[in-house]
Design a protein around this ligand. Structure first.
Ligand SMILES: Cc1cc2nc3c(=O)[nH]c(=O)nc-3n(C[C@H](O)[C@H](O)[C@H](O)COP(=O)(O)O)c2cc1C
Length: 404
């Protein structure tokens, strides 16, 4: 039997294979953050398609941590629990497991989305959203840690098999870990030990709420594409600390909102940002003209390669003794099998490959060696600010974007 389809478990969570749907914002919650019928259908499709574990799109732990993207799920109130229980039951019916990813966006949101100035460890401007955040006080920090803890409890009470803390992609937790965004001089900033303190305190409070047996996973950045950003050397040490704290699994990703799309790579759909994102639509005509003309040269995206986070994940795997999830550009079944067999990582996480084809895991199980049909046009990501999740391959979108 291929190693990809071995049964494994992480504490109480038993998985039928090593294929994971990496958290992917679906834009399918209603305006109050409750899951809609579309989300039920999407997860049912993924579960039927054979993936072992579904990680939900990020859900906000408090209102000030919401993103500007439409249809984000909420987990900041107990009222959500009955609806999520039904969602979880739907997934379980088809033999898959489901974890909820929880987030606070920190500075990667807008005043329009949350009704106040976004908060962050330090007042460092986000150059992709043009947001200058306010520096968090100690009270803000304590309140948000408690919001994560209460959200974790709700995730468990809703019947999710695990909770995943979003510590990657430039959101609040990553903002504490990363020296570019954390310039604090108090106990929450400066040295690595100080920058990781937020995760340490947050983990303790979450664990207190969910008990010892419940899996708490975390997604982290190995690095980003910023000059003073997080580097692999430091993130390996951070991963080690997280394993010592008691986290049950680490998903290894990279990139932040303003670093030129390094989380995704592939096409950079600049025209969609300029035409569909309010913060760009509302910019003056000269800025828009210059961006259209020279934007791609300025942005310098990193190159898309197969399994582009593998080296980072390997480095982290050798430093820790808890499961490692690899995400980013993995589309080839033969490579997935080889990576897991070699012991480099324990799980393969897929986002865009499953947007393109939710049945991809089942096809692999049946012996298909065909790589995913995703062409990395990244329109799914660019449009997710205003449209529910879909694959745009073969769709005629607008005057700028036409795909084969
Ligand atoms: C439309 C879209 C939405 C995403 N939303 C999330 C999210 O909510 N949380 C998260 O951690 N990552 C999110 N990601 C990033 C993916 O989980 C993944 O890290 C990235 O796409 C690279 O993996 P891939 O090459 O398999 O797509 C999203 C990606 C896409 C394409």
């Amino acid at each position: 039997m291929p190693i990809l389809f071995e049964r494994t478990s992480i504490k109480t969570m038993e998985l039928k294979n090593r294929l994971v749907r990496s958290a992917t914002h679906e834009g399918m919650a209603d305006e109050n953050g409750f899951p809609t019928r579309n989300l039920f259908e999407l997860y049912e499709g993924l579960a039927k398609g054979g993936v072992g574990l579904i990680i939900t799109g990020y859900a906000f732990v408090s209102h000030d941590g919401k993103s500007p993207f439409i249809g984000m799920q909420g987990i900041d109130k107990d009222e959500y629990i009955p609806k999520y229980r039904k969602l979880v039951d739907t997934v379980h019916l088809h033999g898959a497991k489901i974890a909820m990813q929880i987030v606070h966006c920190g500075r990667q949101t807008t005043k329009e989305a949350i009704g106040m100035q976004p908060l962050a460890p330090s007042p460092v401007k986000d150059k992709s959203l043009f947001v200058m955040p306010g520096e968090m006080t100690n009270e803000d920090i304590e309140r948000i840690i408690e919001a994560f803890a209460q959200a974790s409890r709700r995730v468990m009470e809703s019947g999710f098999d695990a909770v995943q803390i979003h510590g990657a992609h430039g959101f609040l937790i990553n903002q504490f870990l990363c020296p570019h965004t954390n310039r604090r001089k108090d106990k929450w900033g400066g040295s690595l030990e100080n920058r990781i303190r937020f995760v340490k305190e947050l983990y303790k409070q979450c664990r207190r709420q969910v008990g010892d047996d419940y899996p708490i996973l975390i997604k982290i950045n190995a690095y980003d594409n910023m000059k003073k950003g997080l580097k692999l050397e430091e993130s390996v040490v951070m991963a080690k600390r997280m394993a010592e704290m008691g986290f049950d699994g680490i998903e290894v990703s990279c990139g932040i909102g303003e670093d030129g799309f390094s989380t995704f790579r592939g096409e950079f759909p600049l025209d969609v940002f300029l035409d569909e994102w309010d913060m760009y639509k509302n910019k003056n005509p000269l800025f828009r003209f210059m961006m259209r003309r020279f934007g791609k040269k300025l942005i310098k995206p990193l190159q898309l390669t197969q399994a582009f986070n593998l080296e980072s994940a390997q480095a982290i795997k050798t430093a820790i003794n808890i499961p490692v999830f690899l995400v980013g550009g993995v589309t080839d079944p033969a490579i997935m099998e080889r990576i897991v067999k070699s012991g480099d990582v324990d799980y393969i996480s897929l986002s865009r490959a499953l947007i393109a084809d939710p049945k991809f895991p089942e096809k692999i199980r049946k012996g298909s060696q065909k790589i995913s049909g995703c062409i990395h046009c990244n329109l799914c990501a660019a449009y997710s600010i205003c449209e529910p999740l879909q694959c745009y391959r073969g769709k005629k979108i607008n005057r700028h974007v036409q795909l084969s």
